[in-house]
Structure formats: structure tokens, C-alpha cells
Design a protein around this ligand. Structure first.
Ligand SMILES: [Zn+2]
Length: 308
């Protein structure tokens, strides 16, 4: 079955380690991904929160790194900019790459920068990482965190117009609900789990999950152990999150968002472990159709709605 994964930090890791995208010691490389039936991988560009120009330079360097790897591996990768790219026959056996920006410090308040990054292939954006920035507060600001700024509302409208996907995984609870009101397309929470199952600030509570579903969105379940369980998490524990979310808001809102190369403490060894997921979900009583939806179908639906 085709796999769509809504979040990995592989590009910034490669910038730090100097390893290649074809083969490396991290969680994701092309060699393993091809064997695991990866259809689409979202690649995050990420700079630790800093001043806008420093962040922008880092993001541009990561983009350069991505493009170098992309050129070297164009037999295996294509850049997914429009949904119709998925349907092109030359792309059928390749991995679609969606470029994502995690935390929008690099944009400053200049829509020109957003438009240029869009020209370079950016198709997904999370306004914040954990900290507050010019657009919104992140989950790291705690229970009293604020919502969207005026600029935050403006950029959401611009993103919708430009057909850039909105990712709400790191944003504060207040900004989460406000963003849903100001962005008129389905959204993703690319790498989060259910807070009722595991009480971590990066997970979504039931009210957030219901709102996500009401706006046609999907949540990509995260396989980093501290988002899954207070103890040592297992693959079975991830399935508990999937089952819980499916019971609460419907299986059509569950997707995958590994967070590969974003944390040390992970449950999967890497992308090769996706090979066991079909059987894993089957053993837990999910139907073939439901498994197909979780592994890729639901994410395809949101991509199709936004990236038209
Ligand atoms: Zn993240």
C-alpha cells in the first residue's frame, strides 16, 4: 500500500551531519523508503527560533541542500507542487516530495518571501514551532498562550490563495482554533497524537480533534516515544492513538506523521518499519479499506483539496 508521511526533519539533519539522502544512518533515506512503498514524504525546513534574517539564511541553505539531493536522486524523487503531479505516469514509481516550513520566523512579515519560497516549491507551512513569533504563539508558551496576530490572519488568507497547506501541529491551543476560522481549506496536524491517550503538550485534546475533523483535516500520528506513552512506547501504543482518534472523529481523519530525524527517542527504527504497518493494523481489526486510508488515502484527500 502507498504510504504518505506528513513530517520528517531529514533535510536539517543532513545539513548537520553531511550525510546523503540516498543512504544515511538516520531514520529516512531513499534506499529504504523506496522499499517501504513511500508515495509522498513531507520534508520540513526548520531553523531554531532566532532573528528573521538568521532564520531565513538557514532555511535557504536547507533548500539548497534539498535541491542538491533532489538533482542527484531525480530517478527516485519528484517535487510535488500540484496534486496532478501525483497522477503523472513518470511519477508513479517515485517518491513525491512536499516542502514544508516548520515555524515561519524566516518569512519576517514579508509576503514577498513567502511568494519566493512558494516559487521554490514550498507547499506546506506551520506558523510556529514551540515558541511565539510574529504570526502566533506556539505550544511552548504554556496554558496562557495567545492566539494569532493580525499578520497571522493575513498570512493564512495568502496561504489559502496560494494553495499552501496549513499545519497546526506546533501552534498554541488558542491559535489552533483561530487559525481554523481564518483558513478556508482542510488543514493538517502533521505530527501529533491524542492528548487523552498521552498527556503531552504537543498532542491534541478531544475538542481540538473534533474541530480538526469539522474542518475536514487529518492528524498525522507521531512515532516519537514521549508523544505516545508516559512509559516506553511501542507500535501497539501508536495503534491505541489511532483507534482512539478514529473512534472520536472517524478513521477518515487519521494519517501518518513520523517525525523521522526530529527526535532521538523513536519507536520505529526508521522508514523501513512502515513495512510492518499493514499487518500491524490488520491484527488490530482494521479493514483493508481503513488501513489504506490511514497509510495514505486520507492524506491524499487533503492534498487534493489544497494543492489543486
Ligand atoms: Zn515538529
Amino acid at each position: 500500500m502507498n504510504i504518505v508521511d506528513l513530517h520528517c526533519d531529514t533535510i536539517s539533519r543532513l545539513c548537520n551531519t553531511g550525510e546523503s539522502l540516498w543512504e544515511n544512518t538516520g531514520h529516512f533515506d531513499i534506499k529504504r523508503a523506496v522499499k517501504s512503498n513511500m508515495a509522498v514524504q513531507f520534508f520540513s525546513l526548520f531553523a531554531m527560533p532566532s532573528d528573521w534574517n538568521t532564520a531565513l539564511r538557514q532555511i535557504l541553505k536547507q533548500l539548497d541542500r534539498f535541491y542538491q539531493e533532489f538533482e542527484l536522486n531525480s530517478d527516485y524523487l519528484y517535487l510535488l507542487k500540484k496534486y496532478s503531479d501525483i497522477e503523472k505516469s513518470e511519477n508513479k514509481k517515485k517518491i513525491g516530495c512536499v516542502l514544508h516550513l516548520e515555524g515561519a520566523e524566516a518569512l519576517g512579515t514579508d509576503m514577498e518571501i513567502l511568494r519566493l519560497l512558494h516559487l521554490l516549491g514550498l507547499r506546506s507551512l506551520g506558523l510556529t514551532w514551540n515558541a511565539r513569533n510574529q504570526f502566533a504563539d506556539g505550544v511552548g508558551e504554556g496554558d496562557e498562550a495567545g492566539g494569532l496576530s493580525l499578520k497571522g490572519r493575513e498570512i493564512l488568507q495568502e496561504m489559502s490563495r496560494m494553495k499552501i497547506m496549513l499545519d497546526l501541529s506546533h501552534i498554541s491551543r488558542k491559535a489552533f482554533f483561530e487559525a481554523l476560522e481564518h483558513y478556508d481549506k482542510p488543514v493538517i496536524a502533521s505530527h501529533s497524537n491524542a492528548r487523552t491517550v498521552c498527556d503531552h503538550r504537543r498532542n491534541l485534546d478531544d475538542t481540538q480533534l473534533r474541530a480538526l475533523a469539522a474542518h475536514g483535516g487529518v492528524i498525522g500520528v507521531n512515532q516519537v516515544s514521549y508523544f505516545i506513552s508516559e512509559n516506553e512506547g511501542t507500535l501497539d501504543d501508536i495503534v491505541r492513538h489511532i483507534a482512539y482518534i478514529a473512534d472520536l472523529i472517524g478513521i477518515e481523519h487519521v494519517a501518518l506523521g513520523s517525525d523521522f530525524d526530529g527526535a532521538e527517542s523513536t519507536i520505529m527504527k526508521g522508514v523501513e518499519d512502515y513495512l510492518v504497518w499493514e499487518e500491524l493494523l490488520e491484527r488490530k481489526g482494521f479493514s483493508r479499506q481503513e488501513i489504506e486510508m490511514v497509510l495514505g488515502g486520507n492524506a491524499f484527500r487533503v492534498m487534493e483539496a489544497v494543492l489543486r
